[in-house]
Design a protein around this ligand. Sequence first.
Ligand code: ATP
Ligand code: MG
Ligand code: MG
Length: 553
Amino acid sequence: MEHTNSNFIRDIIKEDLETGKRDYVITRFPPEPNGYLHIGHAKSIILNFGVADEFNGKTNLRFDDTNPLKEDIEYVNAIKEDVKWLGYEWDGLFFASDYFEEMYKKAVLLINKGLAYVDDLSADEIREYRGTLTQPGKDSPYRNRSVEENLDLFERMRNAEFGNGEKVLRAKIDMSSPNINLRDPVIYRISHATHHNTGDKWCIYPMYAFAHPLEDAIEDVTHSICTVEFEDQRPLYDWIVENCEMESRPRQYEFGRLNLTNTVMSKRKLKQLVDEGYVDGWDDPRMPTISGLRRRGYTPEAIRAFCHEIGVSKSAGTVDTGMLEHFVREDLKLSTPRTMGIIKPLKVVITNYPEGQVEMLEAEINPENPEMGTRQIPFSREIYIEQDDFMEDPPKKYFRLFPGNEVRLKHAYFIKCEEVIKDENGNVIEIRATYDPETKSGTGFTGRKVKGTIHWVEATQAVPAEFRLYEPLILDADSEDANEEDAKSFLDHVNPNSLQVVNGFVEPNMKDVKPQDKFQFFRHGYFNVDPKDTTEDRLVFNLIVSLKSSFRM
Ligand code: ATP
Ligand code: MG
Ligand code: MG
C-alpha cells in the first residue's frame, strides 16, 4: 500500500531496527468501543497499520474496553467493519477486558512493593489534594496504610463490599512531582456496572493510565502510538511498565491529532448529534464517521490518499475539509460513469418532434476514461430540464434557455424556446420549444453556434429519484477547538440547512443501480446510491461532492 508523506514515527522505527534497538515491530490500534470511528481515527489506523506493514511488522486491533458504562458490542462490531473497509487486516484481535485478571495481579504486585494504596478520599478531595502546576500536592491521610491493610481493602473492593466512589486504588509515586500525572494517579475505581464482555464478574475497573501500558506490554507492542494529549502521561506509562515488572518494554510515541474545518470529531459530541436527533444515526452522510463517509460515497482509497498527503507530525493543526474532498474527486474522476439527472424538473415539449417517436442517442460513459465505452439514451418530444436552466427574464450573460434563445442539449440537438406555459399563479410549468434536426450531436454540425449546453432527461422513460444535497453539518470552521469546553454551545453551530431533499429524474438505464454505486451527474457532481433508504421502487442518491473545488493543492 501507499506510504505516508512526512512521518517522523516511521523514521524512529527505521532507526530502531537499523540500530538493533528492536528486532521487530508490533503496533496496535486501540479504540474504546464507546462510539463509531471517525476520520481522525482513520489517520491513526493508517499510521499504525502503515508503519507496521512497511517494516514487515504486525498490528493488533485492541478494544480498550475498561469503562463499562459507555461501551457496547454495537460499537465493537461497527469498528471492526470500518477498519476492514478502510483496507486493513489486523493480526491479533484483543479486548483489554480479557486482561482484567492479569491487571488485578499487577495492582496487587504494586501494593506488595509499597507502590500502591487504597484511598478513601472522594473524587473531589483527590482533585483538591492534587495541587496545581504552581503548587505541589498534599499527601492523602490514607497514603501510609500498611501493605496488609491495602491488600485486604483492595480484595474487598473486588468482592463488592463497597459502593461506587467509596474507595480507589492509587499508585504511590510523588505528590510534589512537577508532572501532575505522577501525583499518585488513581489506577482502579469501583463501578458496579455490567460490562459488555465480562458481564458482572468485576466491579472494579482499571483506569486508562494504568491499563494501557499493561495492555501494550502484554501484547508485546513495540511502538505504542497515540495523540499528543498523552505526552505528559509518558513518564507514568514507563513507570507502570517498569514497576509492574513487565517482560516486554513498549515505548509510547505521540503525534498530532487530525482536526478538520467545519467538523466536530469528539465522540461525545457525535453521540450527542445522534442521540438528540440532529442526524439520522452514526452513519448519516453528514457525519465525519467512517460509516457516514462510506454512506455518503467516499472511498477508502480517497481517505487513505488524504491521510498520506497530510502526513504525520507532532503538531495538530486544522486541515481544510476541501482537501479531503479534493482526494474524493480525484479518486472518482476516472472510475465513475457520467450520467444526466434532473434534480428540479421543468417539462419541455418539443413541438416539431414527431409525436410517439423515440430515438436512441449514443453518449460517452466517461470522456476522461474512453475505455468505459458508451451508453444509449432515449430522446423524444418530451423531456425534463432543470428549473435553474430556464429564466423568463434573464440578466445579461445568461446563456441558458430563455424565450427566443437556443441552447444545446447535451448528446442531442439544439432547441429553441418558443413559448412559456404558466399555471394560474404565474409559475412556469412547461416550456414549448422547437428543435433543429440538422444540429444532432456527433454529426459535426457547424452551421451556427450556441453559448449554452444544458442537460436533460427524456420524460416518458425517466426514472424518479430522490436527491439528498448536503452542506457542512457545522457552520464555523474552528468549531472543535473553540467549543471544547461547552457541549451545549456546539449545538448552536449546527447548520439548519445541512440537508436538502429534492425529487427529480434520472436516465432509464439507472433503473438497476445497486446500493453504493457511484455516478457523476453532468454539471451537478458525484452521487452515491444510498444503501439504507434505496428500495426496489425508491431510488435515493446522496451528494458525495460537487464538481467545483475551491481547494488548490
Ligand atoms: P474521542 O476523543 O473522539 O472520544 P478517543 O481518542 O477517545 O476519541 P479512542 O477510541 O480512544 O478515541 O481512539 C483510538 C485511537 O485513535 C487513539 O489512539 C487515538 O489517539 C486515535 N485518535 C482519536 N481521534 C483522533 C484524531 N482526531 N486524530 C488522530 N488520531 C485520533
Ligand atoms: Mg481514548
Ligand atoms: Mg474519548
